[in-house]
Design a binder for this molecule. Structure first.
Ligand SMILES: [Zn+2]
Length: 400
């Protein structure tokens, strides 16, 4: 990453253009399922494929929430099996791909399931403004209620594969069976709720074997959960990494013939120190609050919605105050730079969901909101931005 510009220079061009934009169109999480299902003979309109990835007849995606590429590389003792898949051993290839912006679960899961960048599927953040109501909407919890199919109108790749005769299944926590996020991102075929990780792995393998051509998605959440709560320098987090490493091996050892397992994640994570320099509290900062109607997103990827007429002033102030630690862009700049996907693939219906100003952290800092978001503001591990630690996730392959 380039150093921030000296104070006497106009910071705009560097602050904007040094953001390492996700590799939409062949190197991102959104490109995984289009690659797999087009390899199974399902036609996908306009989908880019990941080069040198050869899907099998039976493809399984195991998504580990919050386990980025760097986290695996840094923890070979906790994750010996996943570490063994990082290179080109075991008949597969292990490589990093980018997740998309922001690097957050709702956005990434929607990218996985639809094969679309955030600017097209329309879940461009943890919380975003609903232009129809003017209120913030939480994309993970789907609050307040909004018609899921109006919010995200595209079919999922699971639905397309299922309609084309591919045996399609999702194996995840029963909690997610009927959520709107599952509905618009991860539905198509049959959803199987299982409480334990072991049960999920065993059932995913069985579902994979249930069709000549099959597509199975399975998921584990608690690496992310423990990272948020305790940080990555904790026994709780390391214990989860050890557990999920064994889950991955358990699934890999049960692969039926003609199968490939792809282990990936929705984002990485960064531990944020508890001090005033690292945690800038929006709710206590009159300068950052001036002219702001709504604060959306999350600590490392903020959507800032300005009071009408104040957009330019808010951009100027946010850049002045945060420009050395954040990439700060207007909506038009962020869209033109491709933060939310190639500009031509961003839907107009999504524009108003994106902040008038978008701030993405490049240092180990966050913008908390102690009053509006007490729970999120107390988290140790955070994610959302475009740094390699957050963006790069594993794409590890095991073939039977
Ligand atoms: Zn998370």
């Amino acid at each position: 990453m380039a150093a921030p510009p000296p104070a006497w220079q106009d910071p705009e061009p560097l602050a904007l253009h040094t953001a390492p934009v996700p590799e939409y169109g062949g190197g991102s999480l959104a490109d995984l399922l289009p690659t797999l299902v087009s390899g199974q003979g399902v036609s996908v309109a306009g989908g880019a494929v990941i080069p040198e990835l050869t899907p099998a007849d039976r493809n399984c995606v195991f998504l580990i929430d919050g386990l980025g590429w760097q986290q695996i590389k840094d923890h070979p003792d906790e994750a010996p099996y996943l570490t063994s898949l990082l290179g080109t051993s075991r008949g597969g290839t292990g490589r990093p791909i980018t997740v998309g912006f922001p690097a957050t679960t709702a956005t990434s899961l929607a990218s996985v399931g639809t094969g679309l960048p955030p600017g097209a599927h329309g879940l461009p953040g943890y919380t975003v403004r609903d232009p129809a109501t003017g209120a913030l909407m939480n994309q993970l919890r789907w609050r307040p209620w909004t018609d899921p199919h109006v919010w995200q109108p595209y079919p999922t790749l699971f639905q397309l594969a299922h309609a084309a005769g591919v045996h399609t299944a999702q194996v995840s926590s029963p909690t997610f069976e009927r959520t709107p996020l599952t509905e618009i991102a991860l539905s198509g075929g049959t959803f199987h709720g299982r409480l334990s990780g072991e049960e999920r792995m065993d059932l995913a393998a069985a579902q994979l074997a249930a069709g000549d051509r099959s597509l199975v998605y399975t998921y584990y959440s608690e690496v992310d959960g423990k990272g948020h709560k305790f940080g990555m320098d904790s026994d709780a987090w390391r214990g989860q990494v050890m557990y999920v490493d064994r889950l991955a091996q358990r699934l890999a050892e049960q692969l039926p013939p003609r199968a490939a397992l792809y282990i990936t994640a929705d984002h990485g994570m960064i531990d944020i120190p508890f001090d005033e320099q690292s945690r800038i509290d929006f709710d206590e900062d009159w300068e950052l609050r001036a002219g702001v109607a709504l604060l959306g997103g999350e600590g490392r990827a903020r959507h800032v919605y300005a009071v009408p007429g104040a957009q330019a002033d808010v951009l100027t102030v946010w850049r002045e105050v945060l420009g050395e630690q954040f990439w700060v862009a207007s909506r038009d700049e962020a869209l033109a730079a491709g933060w939310f996907g190639p500009p031509e693939r961003v839907d107009e219906r999504v524009y108003g969901r994106i902040g008038d100003v978008v701030a993405a952290a490049h240092d180990d800092v966050v913008i908390t909101a102690s009053v509006q978001e007490p729970r999120e503001s107390a988290m140790v591990g955070m994610h959302g931005s475009m740094t390699p630690v957050e963006q790069l996730v594993p794409l590890l392959e095991v073939r039977s």
